[in-house]
Design a protein around this ligand. Structure first.
Ligand code: GDP
Ligand code: MN
Ligand code: MN
Length: 278
């Protein structure tokens, strides 16, 4: 597998057409997966904001006060308000805000970034990253010389309600973010939305080297590819938000559509919920 950063992308402005910009700078081939950092997807959609856009309501003020009482550090109630507005549920309130975003991803501060946002305080995550991935994929199929435009009419989105493609359907697109994780230090890349490929590949029913049947292994390939690409993307001023993943072999496996656990099937989130509200 190879990872190629897409070179020479400029500072992304609201209204920019990322698919065209990528197609002009990368010679794509069938089977490629293109990862795009949510930062630039958000910039292209004008998802920048300022703290002043989020006058703090009573809940945000209370969260900020509790945070300060607990940690002795200041928290801007307007920032807490922005996180609340970007979330459907608060899972942990202090010492950090762990929430479920409107599209089902669970992370700290609703993924709102304060770095790489020239001229503004905040960069909000895309509202519907799967739709953005589908849009970029359709644009790439239409514009990239090496790809079959007809594929654009086939399956667009590998969402939970859409059909799951059989491996990579001409080209896959993953919108990524850098995200912390519980239990371990350090951040890594994760997939927020994807199109033209399954979320996972299912090893269940296949055998290990001893002939033992695998019972539970569903490999979250969109996250693994997002992490791999994030190594090339960098986190600072590299200016390489898009990466072409070439020669990833999906292999002969069934594909799965789902990545985000629903709260009913998520024991850890349920436990955190009870702990947080005790
Ligand atoms: P996130 O992981 O989606 O939150 O994004 P990061 O802030 O980690 O940025 C990912 C990569 O995109 C880094 O290499 C940044 O330097 C780069 N980047 C961020 N904004 C822009 C932009 O507007 N244009 C270009 N060319 N690169 C950008
Ligand atoms: Mn981010
Ligand atoms: Mn990052």
């Amino acid at each position: 597998m190879q990872l190629h950063p897409v070179p020479d992308l400029p500072e992304i402005e609201p209204g920019d057409d990322l698919a065209t910009m990528i197609a002009e700078r990368a010679a794509l081939e069938p089977g490629d997966v293109v990862t795009v950092a949510s930062t630039v997807v958000s910039k292209a959609r004008g998802r920048t904001a300022d703290l002043a856009d989020f006058p703090a309501g009573p809940r945000a003020v209370e969260l900020a006060e509790r945070f300060e009482a607990l940690t002795g550090e200041e928290k801007d109630p307007q920032f807490a308000q922005a996180v609340l507005e970007e979330s459907t549920e608060v899972i942990v309130e202090t010492p950090f805000l762990l929430t479920e975003t409107c599209f089902g991803h669970t992370c700290v501060n609703a993924g709102i970034d304060r770095s790489n946002v020239p001229g503004h305080d905040l960069l909000l995550l895309p509202k519907r990253p799967a739709d953005r991935a589908a849009e970029i994929r359709a644009g790439l199929l239409e514009r990239a010389d090496g790809l079959d435009a007809e594929a654009a009419d086939q399956i667009d989105t590998a969402g939970s309600d859409g059909a799951v493609p059989d491996g990579i359907d001409e080209v896959g697109v993953i919108v990524t973010d850098t995200c912390g994780r519980p239990f371990r230090h350090g951040q890594r890349g994760v997939a927020l939305g994807w199109a033209g490929m399954p979320a996972s590949r299912d090893w269940r029913g296949e055998t290990d080297r001893d002939g033992r049947e695998l019972g539970v292994t569903v490999q979250a390939i969109v996250d693994e590819l997002a992490s791999a690409a994030n190594l090339v993307t960098g986190e600072g001023d590299d200016g390489t938000p898009a990466v072409v993943v070439r020669d990833f072999d999906f292999g002969d496996h069934a594909g799965g559509a789902e990545l985000f656990r629903s709260i009913e099937k998520d024991q850890v989130r349920q436990a955190l919920r009870e702990w947080s509200y005790e």
